[in-house]
Ligand binder design. Structure first.
Ligand code: FE2
Length: 335
């Protein structure tokens, strides 16, 4: 006999935001003690379309109180949604990560004292996921929240506060430049080697891949690669009349800093002209004010619409194990 499905209700949490009367994020708590993983995944399967609608409206869902403890449990939970997987190895992400299952891997392994700023996952590359899932296997001792920000609300605020800047981003798009090492550098939040990033062993093969993707590049004396993306969109229409500030502008401007990278050289508008620095700082301030910090408890899962919501990582102390999984989407560039 199949087990009874758990009873799940929307609850409020401290510091939860509300935009136009819509809570952000939507927190769905399991009210059935001792429910099983099988019953949990059956509940997801039977509520797929409702969850999909809620995700589109709220931008992010936080699941709490479900019986998840391991990467394998998280994998089974994700399976309930039936999403197509986006394997990390296929991505052009610049973070160093470790895979636990085919679709579950560690979130960015940058050191605990490194802040990762708000971004849409892989919006600095032509290939990015449509959704992300995060799982808290072990919450940090202090800090380590995952900030989430409604980027469609940010777009509305930018349209009011700095319309010229927003218009330039929207019409011209953005180009990103970063320097990749020749060996993975786990000490950096953007330390993935060029071989791993492009999944090619030799320079010639990497160049062929970059040509396919529309990148330009320069080889540096120390074996590093400076690569510049094609023109990528900076704004995305997520529904008719609803747009989001879909890019990596804040993260690149504030955080693309390591022994190889200087954030002031990380980005230009799509036509090569510089960005308005004051406007970028304002965008970062507005985004911070719109941010909800996910207060991780062990077993929590967050489902994030990558087109609507940005995410980040606060610094932390102690051991923190947050796992991630990505959902595939189609590639797109500004033509
Ligand atoms: Fe990320």
């Amino acid at each position: 006999m199949p087990e009874p499905l758990p009873n799940v209700t929307a609850v409020s949490v401290a510091a939860q935001q509300s935009h136009g009367g819509i809570p952000f994020p939507l927190v769905l708590a399991c009210q059935t003690p001792n429910t099983t993983l099988a019953a949990t995944t059956a509940w997801i399967e039977s509520h797929r379309s409702e969850l999909e609608e809620q995700l589109a409206v709220h931008g992010a869902l936080l699941f709490r109180g479900f019986p998840l403890a391991t990467p394998q449990d998280f994998d089974a939970f994700i399976g309930g949604f039936g999403y197509p997987n986006f394997p990390y190895k296929d991505s052009l992400s610049n973070a160093v990560r470790t895979n636990f299952t085919e679709r579950v891997f560690s979130a960015n392994e940058a050191p605990a004292d490194v802040t990762i700023y708000l971004h849409h996952e892989m919006a600095q590359t032509p290939i990015y996921p449509s959704k992300l899932l995060f799982f808290c296997e072990q919450a940090a001792e202090t800090g380590g929240a995952t900030p989430l920000c409604r980027s469609d609300i940010l777009y509305e605020q930018l349209a009011e506060r700095c319309p010229d800047f927003l218009n330039a981003c929207e019409t011209k798009g953005l180009r990103y430049t970063n320097v990749m090492p020749s060996l993975d550098d786990p000490a950096s939040g953007m330390g993935r080697s060029w071989q791993s990033t492009f999944r090619r062993e030799t320079r010639e093969e990497a160049e062929a891949r970059m040509r396919e993707l529309g990148y330009t590049w320069e080889w540096l004396d120390d074996g590093c690669l400076r690569a510049t993306t094609p023109r990528l969109q900076a704004v995305r229409e997520v529904a008719p009349g609803r747009k989001s500030f879909f890019n990596q502008l804040i993260a690149a401007f504030k955080g693309w800093k390591d022994s190889r990278n200087d954030p002031s050289k990380a980005m230009t508008l799509g036509d090569g002209t510089p960005l308005d620095r004051d406007a970028v700082m304002l965008a970062a301030e507005l985004a911070e004010a719109l941010t909800f910090d996910v207060p991780w408890q062990n077993g929590d899962v967050a489902l994030v619409d990558n087109y609507i919501v940005m995410h980040a990582r606060r610094t932390f102390t102690g051991k923190r194990k947050i796992l991630a999984s990505l959902v595939a989407a189609e590639a797109a560039t500004v033509s």
